[in-house]
Design a binder for this molecule. Structure first.
Ligand code: DGY
Length: 323
């Protein structure tokens, strides 16, 4: 009997075509995140599951459906209970590398938009307010010679650092491990989180979300930042205490923020929506056509390898193969 795959939402066809060579594929047809009940019923008796980062795959989903492999359509796997998967010998894979540049580019789009007030100015012009060049119109921040502090120096953090070097910025980073080669080639320095927050004109978050990074940026951290500084988050919403971020933005503890991710995603804090000094995007980090297609191919290949008994290249829980 042909093995079955359940895909929790439409993804680029190129990934589906790979799966269709070997499997019966069922795709959740609605244009909204799937509910847990819908996921359980869709994946019932399936061999493989291909979920999005919006879909919480917990022990109940695993036990009810009997899935044998999970290929997340994302690099972050905080939506999956990986420990529960490992206990059940279920392979979990992700899509690292292919979305590095797209996410670093979007980080820069946010840095530039919030600092140079692009969204506010665009709105002003469209509303017919542009009456001629004005020396005081929408004055923003600078990049050359300013300091960017990068929290988390994985692939995406490094790509952001390379772009920052092109903008002639001083680069500091906070990371669990040192990166001496990058320090030499980009002239960057590893510092404590406190020093990073104190020194940076721009703070950009690129660490994965987990127990240790939950609320990594809260009241105390926001108070350490310069009042002229900007906070950018293209990682995961729960790394920042959103309530405290709103307070910091309203009271001028920091100057602005650029966000692609939210605490209660897809809900966005009303306080953020109301603020002009914040640029808000609907989680578009990897949203380039090429990147999303590569992610679809990678997830499909990961799933096929796992279901064929091979160790997938992008295995998140390698311990299941080392038992
Ligand atoms: C990921 O893959 O984790 C990204 O957040 C997608 O944009």
């Amino acid at each position: 009997m042909q093995k079955k795959i359940f895909v929790t939402r439409e993804i680029p066809q190129i990934g589906i075509d790979i799966l269709l060579q070997y499997y019966e594929v069922d795709i959740f047809p609605k244009k909204r995140p799937i509910t847990k009940e819908e996921m359980i019923s869709g994946a019932m008796d399936c061999d493989g599951l291909l979920p999005l980062l919006t879909d919480k795959v917990d022990a109940e989903v695993m036990d009810e459906t009997g899935i044998k492999a999970i290929a997340n359509y994302a690099v972050g796997v905080d939506n999956i209970d990986v420990a529960a998967a490992s206990q059940r010998n279920i392979a979990v894979t992700n899509t690292p590398g292919v979305l590095t540049d797209a996410t670093a580019d979007l980080t820069w789009a946010l840095l530039l938009s919030v600092s140079r007030r692009i969204v506010e100015a665009d709105k002003y012009l469209r509303e017919g307010n542009f009456l001629g060049w004005d020396s005081m119109l929408y004055l923003g921040g600078d990049f050359a010679g300013r300091t960017i502090g990068i929290i988390g120096l994985g692939r995406i953090g490094q790509a952001v650092a390379r772009r920052a070097a092109g903008f002639d910025m001083n680069i500091i980073y906070h990371s669990t491990s040192p990166h001496p080669n990058l320090e030499r080639s980009l002239g960057m320095k590893r510092v404590s989180l406190e020093e990073l927050l104190k020194e940076s004109d721009y703070v950009s978050i690129h660490t994965p979300y987990n127990k240790e990074t939950h609320h990594l940026i809260g009241k105390k951290e926001l108070e350490i930042m310069k009042p002229s500084a900007y906070l950018i988050n293209t990682s995961r919403g729960k790394i920042v205490n959103e309530e405290e971020l709103v307070v910091a933005l309203v009271t001028g503890k920091i100057d602005g923020a650029g966000l692609d991710v939210y605490y209660h995603e897809p809900k966005v804090h009303k306080g953020l929506i109301d603020l002009p000094n914040v640029v808000l995007l609907p989680h578009l980090g990897s949203a380039s056509m090429y990147t999303r297609s590569k992610m679809a191919m990678m997830a499909a290949e990961n799933l096929h390898m796992a279901l064929s008994g091979e160790r997938p290249e992008n295995i998140v829980n390698p311990e299941i193969y080392d038992k």
